[in-house]
Unconditional design. Structure first.
Ligand SMILES: [Zn+2]
Length: 122
């Protein structure tokens, strides 16, 4: 099996409920997002999929988060806008886009700072 990884970033504001202290205040992060997809098969060109195509798909998803107040988005009405749920949101959206292909999302990691990240493993 092959795994591809792409990295992108977006900036947004959020407010966490029911967590500890200062995270409950409105604040922002520059999230770094790592997206991994897996596939068993290679195309005739010897690739799982085109990196550019994967980057475009992820960019379409993160553009809905970039420079937004995450708590305003419907998904984060029901789910706290934590890095854990951001990773899950991106994994779910990308999985839907890849549903008809042989490629699967394996994991998405959301880095909210240089030393803190949450990974959703599909
Ligand atoms: Zn935060």
């Amino acid at each position: 099996m092959f795994e591809l990884k792409i990295i992108t970033t977006f900036a947004a504001a959020h407010q966490l409920k029911m967590v500890a202290k200062k995270c409950e205040n409105l604040h922002g992060h520059n999230w770094k997002i790592e997206v991994c997809v897996v596939g068993n098969d290679l195309t005739d060109a010897g690739i799982v999929m085109d990196f550019g195509q994967l980057k475009n798909m992820v960019s379409e998803i993160t553009s809905k988060l970039d420079h937004k107040y995450l708590n305003d988005l419907p998904f984060f009405h029901e789910n706290n806008s934590s890095s854990e749920n951001i990773a899950k949101y991106i994994a779910n959206e990308l999985s839907a886009q890849l549903a008809s292909s042989h490629i699967k999302v394996s994991k998405v990691t959301a880095w909210e700072s240089d030393d803190a990240a949450a990974t959703y493993i599909c």
